[in-house]
Design a protein around this ligand. Structure first.
Ligand SMILES: Nc1ncnc2c1ncn2[C@@H]1O[C@H](COP(=O)(O)OP(=O)(O)O)[C@@H](O)[C@H]1O
Ligand SMILES: [Mg+2]
Length: 357
């Protein structure tokens, strides 16, 4: 049965930005072509699509639209709770939507908060400290820091604020990276132990029953110094990485990677879909790096590529995401109840009017 599906998104071209901003300021937002491709896939599944760009007036527009469910890929513009905004509005209006709830989305955008939950769940993840500015570096005992370290923005995604220089080998470079992130990206910096091992990403879909798509390995094109490889803005821009899916791993390593990915998905109470980044430490143990509960769905995004490696087409994937969300939200029953209520109201209206008179 086809639904009326609202498609909520943030377009790159609508991103409020100043001339002062860095080149990757709008990296996480969508191209129109991605939105159109998702809309086309939803229509192919027999649904009616209403596009809902993230703009002022969103709440009243949603109130008027009468959609059955929202396919949510909206990231919001600013702050560490930005991905939670559309789901919070939808919850306040009682409209079902795809993906995780506002709490999970906000938690997962802040890498330090996420890692606190991951560590408390007994899942390996590199040591880290969050600092608000370079002055707070003084509180870290400089002598106790074990280099190399990795410095990244505390709440970004899409490799924003991550460069080859994010791996730092001494206090001076650490200071420079923390200074750059806190001033240019206007947020705390996360200082993490650098993991020198292979890197993987795992796409997951589902709720009570979950499916992990084939593990993808991200590798440098030139394997001269694979242990220094960082999948970041520079490598993406210059096509310096390659993707192997399924990853060439032993069964033992595959199950250790999947264990980290699935336990992380559960620990963070993700819903419907997410993509988990995992990297090996120097003992070869898979560690949690970060999770994306709103994974990219563009033609070059990793989540759909891993889905395709499992035999799903892009249209199948979009339908699966909608289906798991609709089942979780008990959408068919909700819709039947709504139709019944509408019939009762429609039938009752003349009598109510007569009684009032
Ligand atoms: N602690 C770390 N050790 C080694 N590499 C890291 C570490 N943290 C991040 N990276 C590298 O930087 C990339 C981007 O970091 P990630 O935390 O996934 O940020 P984003 O949310 O932007 O994807 C990773 O894919 C990995 O290559
Ligand atoms: Mg990542």
């Amino acid at each position: 049965m086809g639904f009326i599906v609202g498609l909520a998104y943030n377009l790159k071209k609508d991103c409020p930005r100043s001339d002062m901003e860095v080149e990757d300021a709008c990296a996480e937002f969508e191209e129109q072509s991605t939105v159109d491709r998702i809309a086309k896939a939803l229509r192919a599944g027999g649904h009616r699509v209403v596009k809902i760009p993230y703009r002022p007036g969103l709440l009243s527009r949603l109130q008027r639209l009468n959609v059955d469910i929202v396919f949510n890929i909206a990231e919001g513009w600013e702050g560490r709770c930005r991905e939670a905004i559309v789901p919070a509005i939808l919850e306040s209006l009682g409209i079902p939507y795809t993906g995780s709830d506002p709490l999970t989305l906000a938690v997962c955008l802040d890498k330090a908060v996420t890692k606190a939950i991951i560590s408390a769940s007994g899942i390996p993840t590199p040591w880290c400290r969050k600092v608000n500015n370079v002055n707070e570096l003084r509180d870290l005992e400089a002598g106790s820091l074990k280099y190399p370290l990795f410095v990244k923005p505390a709440y970004e995604g899409s490799s924003k604020g991550i460069r080859s220089s994010s791996k730092v080998a001494d206090y001076r470079s650490l200071f420079e990276m923390v200074n750059w992130i806190t001033t240019v990206y206007g947020q705390p910096a996360l200082i993490e132990e650098f993991l020198p091992g292979r890197e993987f990403t795992v796409g997951i879909i589902g709720n009570e029953e979950i499916t992990a798509f084939p593990i993808m390995e991200v590798r440098p094109v030139l394997e001269t110094e694979p242990e220094s490889f960082v999948y970041c803005y520079d490598t993406k821009h210059n096509n310096l990485e390659r993707f192997l899916c399924p990853a060439p791993v032993t069964d033992e390593l595959a199950s250790a990677i999947l264990d980290v990915a699935i336990r992380s998905y559960r620990a963070l109470e993700c819903r419907d879909l997410a993509r988990v980044d995992v990297r090996l430490d120097n003992a070869g143990v898979p560690n949690f790096l970060e999770i994306n509960p709103l994974p990219g769905l563009s033609t070059v995004s990793l989540f759909p590529v891993t889905a395709m490696a499992s035999g799903l087409s892009f249209e199948d994937l979009i339908e699966r995401i909608l289906e798991v969300a609709a089942t979780r939200a008990n959408l068919a029953a909700r819709r039947a109840a709504q139709v019944q209520t509408q019939q009762v109201i429609a039938g009752a209206r003349p009598r109510t009017v007569l009684q009032r008179r």
